[in-house]
Write a protein that binds this ligand. Structure first.
Ligand code: SF4
Length: 437
C-alpha cells in the first residue's frame, strides 16, 4: 500500500558523512548520557565521518542488537539528540538518522561478519520475541550461550512487527534485524505458546538453565463507559495488528474494520494512539479525532509523533472524555459518542472508536508455573540481584511484563541488564554443580 510507505527519508552516503563530520567528538559526550543503552555515539560517528562503515557498525553492535529499528523508532528527541551540545545552537546531530544509515548500509553491503563463541556456557529459553526477547537473545548468544526463542505468533518480532505501523518501521527492516539475531545462532520456535503447548517447567526439563519471560503486555485495558462493548469499539492494538496482517497478505482489507469515509475517534494520547490515528487515516478514514482527558503537556506521545499526526490531519480534543457510546440502528458501526469537555456535554457523530489507554500482562505463563510472584496488576515482580530474576529461581523477566520500560529502547536497556543477571546466575549454578560433584 502506497499510503504506508516509510515516512522518514534516509541519508545518501555523502549526506551521512557530511552530517557525521559536524560532530564535535565531545570529551564528555552528553549524547551518550542521554542514550538508554549507552551507545558509544561519538566513537561510531567518528568512524563514519572517516568512511569506516564496518568499524562504525561494530561499535554500534557492541551496545545495540537492533540499530536499524532504534534508528527509526527511538525517542531521539528526548534522548541522545535532546542532549547533544549542538542542539543549544539549534542544530543537534541527527544521531537516529545516522544510526539508521549505518545499519542499512552495513546490511546492503554485507560488511559485518561477527565471530560468535561456541555456545558452551549454558542454555537459555526466551519466551517472546519483541525488543526485550531479541536483545536478551543477541547478548547471550554473543557471550557463549545457546539461546532458543519461543514465540506464539507465526512471525517473530512482537510489538515491532504487529504494533508499530509500516510507515514508521517497515516490516522488511524487522525481518532483517531478526535474521541478524538468527545468524548469531539463536533458534526460533514459532506458533509455540508457553502455558498452552508446554510450560516453563517443561523448558527446565528440556535442559534449559534459565528461562526469560519477555511477553510484554498483551491484555489491553478497558474503560467503563456505557456502550463500550459495541462492536464499533475496538482496542487500538487489535486494529494495528489487523492492519499489519492485511499488509502481509494474511487478511483482506475489510478485516481492519475502518473503511473509506469513516469518522474515527481514538481515546488516549500515547504513541499507540498516534499510531492508531495515523493508520486510520491511511485506511481511508475521513476524519480522526484523538480524545484525551488531559492537556497537551500531559500526553505521553513523543512530540514528533504528535507533530506528524497534526500535519497529516489528525484533530485533537483536549480535556475531553467520552461518557456514552451510541450504536447505529443497524450494522456494526457507531452513530455517535457523547463527550464532556469543560463541564459541557456535546454529541459527536463517529463511526468507530479505538481505545489506546494502556495494557497489562496476560497471565498464561504465571498461572501455569508455580512460584512466580506478580503484583496486584499482574506484572512479574523481579529483584535486583541477580537483576531481573523472579521469585522462582532461574526464571527471569524483563520488558513491559515487569512494568519497568515504556519504549522499545527502554525495553532493550532493561533486557541488557537482565542478560547480565542471567549470565551471573547460570555461571554460579554451574560452578556450584561442579564443586558439588
Ligand atoms: Fe557529537 Fe553532539 Fe555527541 Fe557532542 S553531544 S559527541 S556533538 S553527537
Amino acid at each position: 500500500m502506497e499510503e504506508f510507505k516509510e515516512v522518514a527519508d534516509s541519508y545518501t552516503l555523502p549526506e551521512a558523512i557530511r552530517e557525521a563530520q559536524r560532530c564535535l567528538h565531545c570529551k564528555v559526550p552528553a549524547c551518550k548520557k542521554g542514550c538508554p543503552v549507552s551507545n558509544d555515539i561519538p566513537d561510531w560517528i567518528a568512524e563514519l565521518a572517516k568512511g569506516n562503515f564496518g568499524n562504525a557498525m561494530s561499535i554500534i553492535n557492541s551496545r545495540s542488537n537492533l540499530p536499524a529499528i532504534c534508528g527509526r523508532v527511538c525517542g531521539h528527541e528526548r534522548q541522545c539528540e535532546g542532549n547533544c551540545v549542538l542542539g543549544k545552537k539549534g542544530a543537534h546531530i541527527n544521531i537516529g538518522k545516522l544510526e539508521r544509515f549505518v545499519a542499512d548500509f552495513d546490511w546492503d553491503a554485507g560488511l559485518t561478519h561477527e565471530a560468535i563463541p561456541e555456545p558452551s556456557r549454558g542454555a537459555v529459553a526466551v519466551i517472546g520475541s519483541g525488543p526485550a526477547g531479541l536483545t536478551i537473545a543477541g547478548d547471550l548468544a554473543r557471550h557463549g550461550f545457546r539461546v532458543e526463542i519461543f514465540e506464539m505468533e507465526a512471525e517473530p518480532g512482537g510489538v515491532l512487527r504487529f504494533g508499530i505501523p509500516e510507515y514508521r518501521l517497515p516490516k522488511e527492516v524487522v525481518v532483517r534485524e531478526i535474521k541478524k539475531i538468527e545468524r548469531l545462532g539463536v533458534k526460533f520456535h514459532l506458533r509455540t505458546t508457553i502455558g498452552l503447548n508446554f510450560t516453563v517447567d517443561d523448558l527446565f526439563k528440556q535442559g534449559f538453565d534459565a528461562v526469560f519471560i519477555g511477553t510484554g503486555t498483551g491484555k489491553p485495558k478497558q474503560l467503563e463507559i456505557p456502550g463500550i462493548n459495541h462492536p464499533g469499539v475496538r482496542q487500538a492494538i487489535w486494529f494495528l495488528r489487523r492492519v499489519s496482517l492485511i499488509q502481509s497478505g494474511q487478511m483482506t482489507s475489510d478485516a481492519a474494520m475502518i473503511s473509506r469515509g469513516d469518522r474515527v475517534g481514538v481515546i488516549g494520547c500515547g504513541n499507540t494512539a498516534m499510531d492508531a490515528a495515523r493508520t486510520a487515516l491511511r485506511m481511508g478514514a475521513s476524519e480522526v479525532f484523538v480524545i484525551y482527558h488531559r492537556t497537551i503537556e500531559n500526553m505521553s506521545a513523543l512530540r514528533t509523533e504528535y507533530d506528524d499526526a497534526v500535519a497529516e490531519g489528525v484533530k485533537f480534543l483536549w480535556n475531553s472524555s467520552v461518557i456514552k457510546i451510541n450504536g447505529a440502528a443497524c450494522g456494526d458501526k457507531l452513530e455517535s459518542v457523547v463527550m464532556r469537555a469543560d463541564e459541557q456535554e456535546s454529541v459527536v457523530p463517529l463511526d468507530r472508536l479505538l481505545l489506546a489507554v494502556g495494557s497489562a500482562p496476560a497471565s498464561r505463563i504465571v498461572s501455569t508455573t508455580e512460584g512466580i510472584d506478580v503484583d496486584t496488576n499482574g506484572y512479574v515482580v523481579t529483584r535486583d540481584n541477580p537483576y531481573g530474576m523472579s521469585s522462582r529461581p532461574g526464571v527471569f523477566a524483563g520488558g513491559d511484563v515487569t512494568n519497568r520500560p515504556a519504549t522499545v529502547v527502554h525495553a532493550m536497556r532493561d533486557a541488557k541488564l537482565v542478560a547480565e543477571g542471567i549470565e551471573r546466575y547460570v555461571d554460579a549454578v554451574r560452578l556450584m554443580a561442579q564443586i558439588g560433584q
